[in-house]
Design a protein around this ligand. Structure first.
Ligand code: ARG
Length: 459
């Protein structure tokens, strides 16, 4: 492209170095914003017509031209040009090619600085809505399994050692709590994303009698950015979103880790459906939990993008700097990663097969009802610390004799504490143990069912 063809070439005499042209261009990745760029331009043109800067007829020509361009892009007929640098100038230049001189009036009272900030916010607002929809789908799937498995016994762990029996439904609902907080953070972030930079122009505002409230109304923005310098420069909304995404992925990685462990031969608590696993090219027996492993692995890139964006913004003087062009690739990748991860989980969870017998078997091992025995002694008047000591001795006895607490004869148990009676055997059962934790937030099947109802009311 010769120097005269660039939209900003007036003060230049020499053309851009060829490599610099490619190096500074963003069109390869920012073309993803085309729909929001067109949406923003249409609103801007309508606003200019409303305040009398454009005639109704000029506005109509611009709107029609932009709508046709959107079609061209959607049908793959649009020629993107690196020498036109970015999505904004590609579209504007095509508009002028289509409708002539009127196309050149669209950029009145606007700069690419407020334009791009507006585009990213429109894009991110839409993506947050889609991400929340996927999150809700995953939460619904988890709530359904939790309801079905409200009374399924499994070992609960601390330090990855069997600790106390819990219900599988309760375990699933722990993940739901984390995801609900992630959803809340995204909903909160959306409010700050949904503020309109348009009208800030390059940095100081514009001399035209613009009506920013009208543009905001057309674009569905809740608020209008109240300082033009801030509006074109800060990307804190993208960083906030990415930090919410990093927390979400941290949760997804924990969730994934458990699915990987549980589908191993050593745990054998669950089976993921074939559609979400792959085999090995050398070991015929393998069925690998690739989906959870990949989600666990993808957590790293989201953490990395958070660091990139924080560093991108660090120490930037006001107002817009070209550095900000670097916000898009990390942001797009964060969006793709979390949307993809949530989607694949929402599709996978309904097919989760639960191996209740194995879970139950595992819950019986490791003296998981020892705390229940201690609580029993306390109810019979033994101070808790003494009860702890008594039960510790009983467990030692079981380890030495390779048996479990419920296997001990009453006479043997009485040897550890004479307050123990026949009714002790009820508290030593797995069902007795979980049913006894029957308070708000506890693992009892009854509580799990109530918690599922509360969760469903929020979906
Ligand atoms: N491609 C640019 C970006 O992504 C658009 C804004 C450019 N503004 C400028 N004055 N060069 O940030």
């Amino acid at each position: 492209m010769t120097v005269a063809e660039k939209p900003w070439s007036g003060r230049f005499t020499a053309s851009t170095n060829e490599f610099v042209e490619a190096f500074t261009a963003s069109v390869d990745f920012d073309q993803r914003l085309y729909a929001y760029d067109i949406m923003g331009s249409i609103a801007h043109a309508k606003m200019l017509a409303k305040v009398g800067v454009l005639t109704e007829q000029e506005c109509q020509q611009i709107v029609t031209g932009l709508e046709e361009i959107e079609q061209e892009i959607e049908q793959g007929q649009f020629q993107w040009s690196v020498s036109l640098e970015d999505v904004h100038m590609n579209i504007e230049s095509r508009l002028t090619a289509k409708i002539g001189i009127v196309g050149k009036k669209l950029h009145t009272g606007r700069s690419r600085n407020d334009q791009v900030a507006t585009d990213i916010r429109l894009y991110l607002r839409h993506e947050i809505d889609l991400i929340i929809a996927e999150l809700n789908r995953l939460l619904t799937a988890l709530a359904d399994v939790a309801e079905r498995e409200a009374a399924t016994i499994m070992p609960g762990f601390t330090h990855l050692q069997s600790a106390q029996p819990i219900t599988f439904g309760h375990h699933l609902l722990a993940w739901c709590e984390m995801l609900l907080r992630d959803r809340g953070r995204l909903q909160d972030c959306r409010k700050r994303v949904n503020a309109m930079p348009l009208g800030a122009a390059a940095l100081a505002g514009t001399t035209y009698p613009i009506d920013r409230a009208y543009s905001a109304e057309l674009l569905g923005f809740d608020t209008v950015a109240s300082n033009s310098l801030d509006a074109v420069s800060d990307r804190d909304f993208a960083i906030e979103f990415t930090s919410d995404a990093a927390l979400l992925m941290m949760h997804m990685s924990r969730f994934s880790e458990e699915l990987v462990l549980w589908s191993s031969a050593q745990f054998d608590f669950i089976e993921l459906s074939d559609a979400f696993c792959t085999g090995s090219s050398i070991m015929p027996q393998k069925k690998n939990p690739d989906v959870p492993e990949l989600v666990r692995g993808k957590t790293g890139r989201v953490y990395g993008h958070l660091h990139s964006l924080l560093t991108l913004m660090k120490s930037q003087p006001l107002a817009y700097n070209k550095d900000n062009q670097e916000d898009k690739e990390p942001l797009f990748d964060v969006v793709d990663t979390i949307r993809g991860s949530l989607k694949v989980y929402a599709d996978m969870i309904p097919g989760l097969q639960v191996k209740a017998d194995n879970m139950r078997q595992a819950a019986k091992a490791g003296f998981t009802t020892a705390t229940d025995l201690a609580d029993y002694l306390v109810r019979k008047g033994v101070p808790f610390r003494d009860a702890h000591e008594v039960v510790g001795k009983a467990v030692r006895h079981c380890i030495d004799n390779k048996c479990d607490l419920p296997d001990l004869e009453l006479s043997i148990l009485k040897g550890f504490s004479d307050v123990i009676e026949q009714d002790v055997f009820e508290v030593l059962t797995l069902e007795g143990s979980v049913a006894a934790r029957n308070h708000f937030g506890g693992t009892a099947p009854e509580q799990v069912k109530q918690a599922v109802q509360r969760l469903k009311a929020q979906l």
